[in-house]
Structures are given as C-alpha cells and as structure tokens.
Design a protein around this ligand. Structure first.
Ligand SMILES: [Zn+2]
Length: 736
C-alpha cells in the first residue's frame, strides 16, 4: 500500500509538471504513450489475461437471486417513524424486455462504439490521452460499458492505475466469456439509478410507473442521464433536465433521433415521479435534511443498501404543533391578500406554465416561510419547516439561502456594546441624524413611527426596537465589530460592515440566527445544531453517535445581560403580543421586519428551547401585507408553538452566572445608585464591574425633575394578534 501511494504521488507529480507547460516533455510523454499503446500494453494485457488472470468470473445470473429486504428507518426522538427508505429495488429483465429507446440512450451517452470494441475502447483511450496531453489535465471518459460493469460488479473503488489495469483486464475477460447482448443485459440490470433503484426496470417502474419495455425516448434519456450521478440529479430536477438534454444531443449525433424530435423533446418539461416515496414522509423537509447529511457523509446509495436505523433529534409532537400553527397563520395571511387584491394583481399573482393545457396561466403567488427550533444546550433540532409544501418546492428555507433579518439582527449590535463596557442604562440620542454613504448619497435612518424620543437607554432602545439610536450605537461600537460578534455567534452568510448592518440589511439563514440567539440562554456557549443523534446498523452496531460541538463565544455575563434585555422585549416591548396569546414563561426574543414588509421574523427562546420563524414571499419584492410586522405575521406562530410544545414541562428561569453579574437599584432619572430620595427606581443587572458606583446626589431631585425613561405607550405595543386595522401605505423603513 505504501509503495503504491508513493508511486501514485510520483505519478501526480509527473502530471503536474507536465501541466506546467513543458512542450518538450509533453511530446516525450506523447511518444511514450504511443509506444505504450502500440506495443507494450497489448502484449502485457494478453500475457496477464491468459497466464495470470485465471479466476473464473461469476455467473451473471446469480444476480437474479439477489433480493435483499433491507429497510432504512428514520425515527423521531419521541419514537415516531418519520420515513422509510425501502431497500434496494432490483427487478431483473432480459435484454428483449428493455425498450430500444433505453439501449440507444445509454449506448449513445456511455459507449457509442459498444458493439465494435473488445472490452476497452482503444480509440476512446487514445483520444482521451491526446486531450490529456493537449490540455495538461486528466481527461474524462474512455471507460466502456464493459469496464463500468466490471467496476460495479467486481472491483473496489481503487483509484487510477491499479484499478484501471484490473478493470481493463476483467473487461477483456468478460467480453471473451459473454456476448455483447449478455454484457448489455447485465449492465442495464446492475447500474444504480437513484432512490434505491438498481437497473432500468426498477427505475422505470419507480420513476415513471411503467415497465422498461414501454419507456419513451424522453424517459429513456432521463434514465440515461441519471447514470452519471444518480443522487445528485434525482434531487435536482433542473440539473437532471440539462443532463437529459445532453443525452438527447448524443442520440441526435448518433442518428437515433431526428433533429425535429430532438428539439421538441429538449423543450419538454422533466417528469420524474418521486412523490410516492416523499408523500409518505412525515416532516419531509427535515427528513430530506437528514437524507442529505447521510448522503454527504456516507455516499449515494447508503440509505438504501445498509438497512440502518437513524435516530433523529426531531420531536414529532413539536413538529405537528409547529405545522398546525404555521399553516393556519400563513393561510390566513394569504386569504387576506386574496380578499383585498384582484386575481390579476401584478404584485400578488404571476404567470406560470401549465403543463396540462400547455399554456401560461396567471395564479396567486404562494406566501412562504420557515420555522426552526432547537434545544440551546444540545443543539438538537426539535422542529423544522422549510416551506409550505415539500412536493411543490424542495427548497428548504430554514437552512438554505438567507433573508434580510431586519430588526432581528439588532441584538448583535447590543451584544457588541455590552461586551465592550456599555451598560443597559447608558443612553443614546433618539434624534435625527444624516450619514454620508459610500456612493455619495445621504442616509437618514428612520424610526418605525417616524418620531424621535430624545435621550433613551440601551434597554429601552432595544425594547421598543428604535432604529436611529441603534444605528448610533453601531457607529459608536463599530460596524466591523458588530459583524465580528454576529459571526462568532453563528451567522455564516456574507455581511457588509457598514452602519446599515445594524438594521439587518444582510441576508441571514434562519438556522444561523436560531443558533446565534441560543448563545444567550446558554450563557455564551455556541452549540452547533444537529439533526441526527445516533445511527445503528442492522446488527445493532453503533455507526455514529452525536456529540454536541460547543464553543464559548461570549462571556457568561454579557450573555446574561442580553438575555435580560431580550426578556424586556417580550414582557414589555415589540414581543409583547406573545403574552396576549397566553405564553407566560420566562422568555427573550426579538421581532424583525424588513423594508416594505417583505420579511417578518420572530426569534426567541426560553431556557429550554430556541425557535425562529420567518415569513415572506420567495420573490423579495412582494410585501406580506401592510403593517405585517414580525409581531403580527411571525410572532403568533412562535408564541403558539412555544406555548403548546413546552406545555407540561417544568417552567424554568434563565440561569444567572454566579459572581459574573450584579443587580443594583438604579435611579431612573440620574442613572446612579438609588437613594431614598429617588422615586423612579429600577432593579437593573450589570456585567460585574460596570455598575454605577456613585449614589444619586441629594440635590438631583430638588432642582426640578427631568423626564423619566420608559413608561411611554408604544404604538407597537398596541399590536393585536388579529389581522385588520386601518390600511396605511407601506413605508420604506425597517424596524420593529
Ligand atoms: Zn435619583
């Protein structure tokens, strides 16, 4: 093995040097290759095949008896069977029971000289060597159907020379022992085509609901297209359609179809039916998330071959609660749009191609959204909604892409401040401000209510989600530093370190922001979200067991002070409607609303559970509706999910890090330690060492009173969970 590796390294080295552009050595390589092909290789092959390579090949018919009944199961944390991946599907058919369309499509794409060569395609190899030398790269292809069959039947996935030589030898042997038809029959019954299907009969029945002898050209081209990378293509219909059209191009080049037929088939939509498998899944976005994880880690067909049991973190009871409140709210928001807009409204409807009539028809856009909840301490994902309907759209909005978080991003600004010596009673100015931007224009950040409140504390500014003071705080702390904190806590998407970062203008993934908010109740520890707890093989052997991946990203004191500020948001601020729904546990959280109401967020947590909800049309420019803030569109789902899913569990307060924070009574007016002279006193928490040390001076309250902080009624506090109210034109401000 070591010798072989050293040899391989040498080979790679030579390749790289060749690629470096030494024309002379390329010519030399070409000459040597020519000699090798012309003389040495055939002689060597013949010698080894006839003298050394004596073992008999197995009878291909043994495959007929191959009927494994291995089923992979996906189980929720509360014992529910979420999905089954039925074991390998193999249905042996003779070559005469396979449509010529399939044979044409596959030979045209994989091995156009199949009927002419003797196991290896010397012309194909020669051509790939020439391409190799010309381009300085390793050329693709050159593997015949016989070689591919050899690989899947007899050989392990060794790399490069050793495999290539053994593959070539075995292919020659196969060709000598079997007829072309027999080899093709074996190949068409053996190859993996995705979703556990081996061979064209199983694939035709599974994907098209018909036997392999009645598959049409379009379907045959789809099957041939799957061969190259079955799992990748079957889960990406756009890519599969492209690959299908490549196959149709090969068929045209080999005179198997006419130009007109080629053109019309290429224009046709892709039809592959995997609904039967998927429609039986519970929590399909989550199951697909798990499936992708297994595929990335263990390879394409692992789920179907091994008969493993996957114990996941999903709580089926949680998921059902999440589904029911999510669907109810999103349906309601959609119904509202359909009531107030005409059914040809250019904003809320779109033209789509209707495959039944072949015409374009106008239909309502679908309001989308996502929900993700996890246990902060362990990262275990308890519920996941990636969109409205998995069969219609497999795009998982909980873990893919990203959307502007609006004010749900603000806690990162305040975290950066608190971690750098600011306190909750430090003040900011809620007054108009103008900032020059890089493009020379001027930026005037606005508050949601277009009012200014003068001097305001940090706690109050976050509670009421004031934009202008938050921008000023961001300026004081530094947008670069705000970005650094957001990244540390788990935001993985690109962020521009400009002042506008404080208004949540960067795209954020739901899973990232839920992970980042979990740092608060975790007292500064970030935990990576996980979906799989344990994988067990069919003999009961543990293949994998999850260990939480944790890292301390904030001081416990900062995390606790932030938790306390975000509790104020839920108890008395923009998150207050949660209390109107009857959710009364200690909780922190933040609303988010973007420009023109295109995105609504709520992300919040208790000591045991952190959940984020995002609502919005896939098309960024369509508003959810006038005044549809995070508090109105996302918070109702969050509140009800949290309330019902935690029902019956112990009510927990947030952990206070001993010795790291101090509580003192502060005079609301002087923001110094309260005395018996003070009337407005607040019990405030500080990172130890940052609390005020001076007492409120006796003269302070006798010289005339200054206005107190807080206590003002906020317009957003009047938010009620039900829809309706006066319709105002959308305002181009974020906030809330
Ligand atoms: Zn005082």
């Amino acid at each position: 093995m070591i010798m072989e590796r050293a040899f391989r390294r040498q080979v790679y080295k030579i390749r790289e040097e060749t690629a470096g552009g030494f024309v002379l050595s390329r010519a030399l390589v070409a000459l040597l290759a020519g000699l090798l092909i012309g003389l040495i290789v055939p002689a060597l092959l013949l010698f080894i095949v006839y003298v050394l390579y004596t073992p008999q090949l197995p009878d291909p018919r043994v495959l007929e008896d191959y009927t494994p009944a291995l089923v992979t199961k996906v189980i929720s944390v509360d014992g529910e069977l979420l999905a089954e991946f039925a074991g390998e599907k193999r249905i042996w058919v003779g070559i005469d029971e396979i449509s010529p369309n399939i044979i044409n499509a596959i030979t045209a794409t994989e091995d156009e000289r199949f009927t002419g060569h003797w196991g290896i395609d010397s012309w194909g190899i020669l051509r790939s060597i020439i391409v190799n030398i010309k381009s300085g790269r390793r050329a693709q292809g050159g593997s015949t159907i016989t070689q591919q069959l050899t690989r899947s039947l007899f050989l392990t996935r060794e790399k490069l020379f050793k495999r290539k030589i053994r593959e070539g030898l075995t292919a020659l042997k196969l060709e000598k022992s079997y007829s072309k038809d027999e080899i093709l029959e074996l190949f068409l019954n053996q190859q993996y085509l995705g979703k556990g299907c081996y061979g064209v009969e199983a694939a035709s029945r599974f994907f098209f609901g018909k036997p392999a002898d009645s598959v049409d050209v379009r379907e045959a081209a789809t099957i041939a297209g799957l061969l190259q990378a079955p799992s990748r293509y079957i889960n990406n219909h756009e890519a599969l359609k492209g690959r299908r059209n490549v196959v149709l191009g090969r068929m045209l080049a080999n005179n198997m179809i006419e130009q007109a037929e080629h053109d019309s088939l290429c224009a046709e939509s892709l039809y592959v039916n995997i609904d039967e498998e998927v429609s039986s899944w519970k929590a399909p976005y989550f199951v697909e998330h798990v499936r992708r994880y297994i595929e990335r880690k263990y390879g394409d067909s692992y789920l179907y071959e091994r008969g493993i049991t996957i114990y996941t973190t999903m709580d089926w009871r949680h998921q059902q609660i999440a589904d029911s409140f999510f669907n109810k709210k999103v349906d309601e928001l959609e119904r509202w749009q359909r009531k107030i807009h005409k059914d040809d409204d250019p904003i809320y409807t779109e033209m789509v191609y209707d495959s039944l009539s072949g015409d374009s028809i106008r239909q309502w856009k679908e309001l989308q959204g996502a929900l993700l909840s996890m246990v902060p301490a362990t990262g275990e994902i308890r519920a996941m909604i990636g969109g409205r309907d998995f069969l219609k759209s497999q795009y998982n909005r909980a873990v893919q892409g990203g959307r502007q978080a609006g004010s749900a991003f603000k806690p990162f600004v305040y975290t950066a401040a608190i971690d750098n010596g600011w306190t909750t009673v430090d003040t900011l100015l809620d007054t108009p401000e103008v900032y020059p931007m890089e493009n020379g224009e001027l930026w005037r950040p606005q508050n949601y209510d277009h009012e200014y409140r003068g001097t305001i504390t940090l706690r109050e500014a976050l509670r009421a989600s004031r934009n202008v003071p938050t921008v000023k705080l961001c300026e004081a702390v530094g947008p670069q530093r705000v970005k650094w904190y957001a990244q540390q806590m788990g935001i993985s998407t690109h962020m521009e370190p400009y002042l506008s970062i404080s208004m949540g203008t960067s795209d954020v993934k739901l899973i990232d922001i839920v992970k980042a908010y979990s740092v608060f109740p975790n007292l500064g520890v970030k935990v990576e979200p996980i979906a799989v707890l344990k994988i067990i093989d069919r003999d009961g052997k543990v293949i994998e067991e999850a260990k939480p991946v944790k890292s301390e990203v904030l001081s416990p004191a900062t995390a606790y002070v932030m938790t306390s500020m975000l509790q104020t948001v839920v108890d008395h601020g923009t998150g207050y409607p949660a209390r109107l729904y009857g959710f009364d546990r200690p909780a922190g959280g933040k609303t988010g609303t973007t420009n023109d109401y295109s995105d609504a967020w709520f992300v919040g947590f208790t000591a045991d559970l952190c959940c984020g909800v995002q609502i919005g049309y896939d098309d960024y420019s369509t508003p959810i509706g006038d005044n549809m803030t995070g508090a109105r569109a996302a918070l109702p789902i969050w509140s009800q999910y949290m309330m019902y899913s935690l029902d019956g569990t112990k009510v927990k307060d947030f952990e206070i890090p001993p010795g790291k924070v101090v509580f003192v009574d502060v005079c609301k007016e002087s923001r110094k330690l309260a005395t018996n002279q003070c009337e407005n006193i607040v019990h405030e928490v500080f990172v130890a060492g940052t609390q005020p040390i001076d007492y409120c001076p006796p003269s302070f309250h006798t010289v005339g009173r200054t206005p107190t902080f807080g206590g003002k009624t906020d317009s957003e506090e009047k938010d009620r969970p039900e829809l309706g109210g006066s319709r105002k034109p959308p305002r181009r401000t974020g906030g809330l």
